[in-house]
Ligand binder design. Structure first.
Ligand SMILES: [Zn+2]
Length: 308
């Protein structure tokens, strides 16, 4: 797993909250039980005294104590049964019986804790519920006018998710609005998330905002946190590059971040409605060519899917 601290911290807080809630459930459940069956308190006290004696007795009266303990346990079972309960009602309540909500089993992270981290990674990715409906299982190539061509793009995107060497770690999706660029980004995001990677999906406007705020208003925690994650996340998806109002500082910062990511072998997907000429006009051609040398370019075409 390669989650940043913010995911680990939030997941650990949720685990702690879960532990506290379940302790409260257990406490209330037992209080109600002891109110309903007052004799239970005495039997339980006797059971624990007998157990302590058995432990302290060494080889002494073990057999007699064992008999006494069995008798007390049977008594308790009958008592509970008389009131319509079984022995399970004395157990503590846990969401995950495997790790008893501790998050670890034999020193390994429990599946339930992994799920909490994954959920948090999903939430922080900014993809919301979109990836539930936009993923490789729901993609329909029939809606594309250039079906064969789209097939090859989807195929490459799947190779990208498998980290196949035939596809670069950086992708640029270019093409008109509504030709499936964002959809394919979601598909890729879900694959990465489901394999335990940390994904950040942001519109270019949001990226530039985070960069500016981190520089000029570092006291804004959210923006600084976001800016910190830009170079760090395993997969960064920047949607709609070119629609932002960003100049000078934020622009050069972004290109620095993209270069750092490339150097560190991170994955990046950028989508834009601009073609290469327009990109060269908006950003400096030197920057564009320096960056794009490291990108595989997917050209999206066809009619606007949203009107079909
Ligand atoms: Zn667990």
């Amino acid at each position: 797993m390669t989650y940043p601290n913010v995911v680990l911290k939030n997941a650990s807080e949720q685990l702690k909250k879960r532990q506290e809630e379940n302790k409260k459930i257990t406490r209330e459940k037992k209080e109600a039980l002891y109110r309903a069956i007052p004799e239970l308190t005495l039997i339980n006290q006797n059971i624990s005294i007998t157990m302590k004696q058995a432990l302290a007795s060494g080889d002494g009266d073990v057999e007699a104590l064992r008999t006494a303990l069995t008798r007390l346990m049977n008594e308790r079972t009958s008592l509970l049964r008389e009131h319509g309960y079984d022995n399970d009602c004395l157990e503590d309540y846990y969401d995950c019986p495997l790790c008893k909500d501790e998050g670890f089993v034999n020193g390994m992270v429990c599946r339930c804790y992994e799920k909490l981290m994954l959920k948090e990674a999903y939430r922080l990715s900014n993809l919301g519920n979109r990836i539930e409906t936009e993923n490789f299982n729901t993609i329909s190539l029939d809606v594309y006018s250039e079906k064969k061509y789209m097939e090859s793009i989807v195929h490459k995107a799947k190779l990208y998710c498998k980290k196949d060497d035939s596809v670069k770690k950086n992708l640029l999706f270019t093409g008109p609005t509504g030709t499936g660029k964002t959809f394919l980004s979601s598909c890729i995001a879900k694959e990465f998330l489901d394999h335990g990677h940390f994904v950040l999906y942001l519109t270019a406007t949001k990226v530039f905002y985070a960069i500016d705020m981190a520089k000029f208003h570092p006291e804004e925690n959210g923006a600084s946190q976001l800016a910190d994650m830009l170079p760090e996340c395993d997969l960064l998806i920047i949607d709609d590059l070119g629609t932002e109002y960003g100049f000078g500082y934020s622009q050069s910062q972004l290109f620095d971040i993209l270069e750092t990511r490339t150097m560190n072998g991170k994955h990046t997907v950028i989508s834009t409605n601009m073609d290469l000429n327009e990109l060269n006009q908006k950003y400096s051609p030197r920057l564009v060519s320096r960056i794009l040398g490291n990108y595989d370019i997917f050209v999206f075409q066809g009619k606007d899917l949203r009107y079909q």
